[in-house]
Design a protein around this ligand. Structure first.
Ligand SMILES: N[C@@H](CCC(=O)N[C@@H](CS)C(=O)NCC(=O)O)C(=O)O
Length: 202
């Protein structure tokens, strides 16, 4: 398997999940501005949407959309505990959380990263995200992962998105439960390994 990624982007989530899964994989960096891969190829030929992440299987097929990719990886390593078994209620709770992170948080950051967004648009995005962080702070049990005792693919995605608070100049300290959760996930050796591989560790 090969993961196409851009440093610190949402592709960090499947990067963490691949490392946590123990499955063999390679990575290829992608320039999101030029849409070129590290080997000079046209990234649109990998993902016609032009976005990372994309996961290329060994048979050449390509899967896109982060929440689908991380579940695919988790199901390739069923003993990893990265996702509850298919058909269980817990699996739907995982999808519920992945959907929340994708539609409410990940998308909520877009106006903050879009060149030319007005200060008013950015302020509205920060306010809206703040309300979601209020909810998440109440939702997360201190000392636990987002779905309980076990680290799952939802934690990889949530950690990735919470990192962007730094770029958005949102102080995680305003949400102590989130700050503690971010540290809990960030301490994991495979998370550190992914950050290092993407050149994100100071
Ligand atoms: N719905 C996609 C969104 C992916 C996405 O937003 N990727 C961003 C980086 S975090 C990207 O590649 N942006 C550049 C672009 O779309 O041109 C997913 O969940 O995988």
């Amino acid at each position: 398997m090969k993961l196409y990624y851009s440093s610190g982007a949402c592709s960090l989530s499947p990067h963490i999940v691949l490392l946590e899964s123990g499955l063999p994989f390679t990575v290829e960096k992608t320039d999101l501005r030029t849409k070129k891969t590290a080997d000079g190829g046209d990234y649109y030929k990998i993902n016609s949407k032009g976005a990372v992440p994309a996961l290329q299987l060994d048979d050449g097929r390509v899967l896109t959309e982060g929440p689908a990719i991380v579940q695919y990886i988790a199901d390739r390593a069923p003993d990893s505990g990265l996702a509850p078994r298919w058909g269980t209620f817990e699996r739907y709770q995982l999808m519920e959380m992945l959907n929340y992170i994708g539609t409410e948080l990940h998308s909520g950051f877009h106006p903050l990263f879009t060149p030319g967004s007005s200060p008013e648009t950015k302020a509205a995005a920060v306010e809206s995200l703040g309300k979601k962080f209020d909810w998440l702070s109440r939702r997360i049990t201190p000392g636990k992962y987002v779905l309980g005792d076990t680290f799952t693919v939802a934690d990889a995605y949530l950690f990735t998105v919470l990192r962007w608070m730094d770029y958005a100049k949102m102080d995680r300290g305003k949400w102590p439960a989130l700050a503690a959760y971010f540290e809990l996930v960030g301490r994991r050796p495979k998370v550190q390994e992914a950050l290092k591989a993407e050149g994100l560790l100071k």
